[in-house]
Design a protein. Structure first.
Length: 276
């Protein structure tokens, strides 16, 4: 063998490791992706929080960005025409005034409705006072107008004035009274709710409780009202509350807690303030 083989020079290459070590620059790419994603997230959150005008403008930009820089579609060169101004659609400046006026109109309607129901309640009071046989009802019929509407309360006594004691059987005089009330309600377009209430004295019959009794009395009143002119679609609720809404919470056993309420409702306002 030739000695040349033994004389091949040996090169030793020393690689200097920088500060990044074995990580290199890959972390920078990952970090930039993270920052981009966060920026996109915050842009979306910002857009969601804007009003409809801003949202429409942003949507228009993404559909055709050239409308914001003076172009007219796809660019085929440099236009010498000055760029068109960016016009953001603005909400009607009269909208707040119109909304306030509409709100005032709704309030006025409610006030007028309450006055109408007050007059209706007074009319029913006068009929009860002047109708022979209704004298005993005078102090047991309470009428009041509140936010929900005109409430006609038929309040029982110890002997059972409107219904037989412990029963949903309507007494003959009560039928006449409910017929008169039905004739008045039939002339109105208001919706009607009928509620039944009892005192806290437990019902002794097995399988039947104050829940059934209160609901049955309310339903019995509904049938008489419908049979005497009240439209079925007018009645939107028949509810039995048992002793859960006592008239006299401090006297739960008081027979005055036994009652049937007929509520002639005030129409709800059509405008909800604070919503778009």
């Amino acid at each position: 063998m030739s000695d040349d083989k033994h004389n091949i020079p040996i090169r030793i290459v020393v690689k200097k490791k920088g500060h990044a070590g074995h990580h290199g620059g890959a972390w920078k790419v990952a970090y930039s992706d993270f920052v981009t994603a966060m920026m996109a997230l915050f842009i979306v959150l910002w857009i969601v929080g804007q009003n409809n005008s801003i949202k429409q403008a942003i949507a228009a930009y993404f559909k055709d960005p050239t409308i914001f820089i003076g172009g007219s579609g796809i660019h085929s060169g440099v236009s010498s025409a000055p760029p068109k101004p960016v016009l953001f659609p603005m909400e009607d400046p009269k909208a707040p005034d119109q909304a306030f006026k509409a709100f005032q109109d709704e309030i006025s309607k409610i006030k007028n409705e309450m006055e109408k129901l007050k007059a209706e309640g007074k009319k029913i009071e006068n009929i009860v006072a002047s109708t022979p046989g209704f004298e005993k009802f005078k102090d047991k019929i309470q009428l009041s107008v509140a936010e929900e509407g005109l409430k006609i309360e038929l309040i029982e006594n110890a002997q059972g004035l409107f219904f037989d004691v412990g029963s949903a059987r309507v007494k003959p005089e009560t039928i006449k009274l409910l017929k008169m009330i039905a004739q008045e309600i039939a002339q109105l377009s208001n919706q009607v709710i009928i509620e039944g209430h009892t005192d806290a004295l437990p019902y002794i019959s097995p399988g039947y409780s104050n829940w059934e009794l209160s609901a049955d009395r309310a339903n019995a009143a509904r049938k008489i009202l419908e049979e005497n002119g009240v439209k079925k679609e007018q009645i939107i609720g028949v509810r039995g509350y048992a002793d859960r809404q006592l008239k006299h919470p401090d006297r739960p056993m008081d027979f005055a807690n036994r009652r049937v309420n007929i509520i002639i409702a005030i129409p709800k306002p059509k405008i909800i303030v604070g919503q778009k």
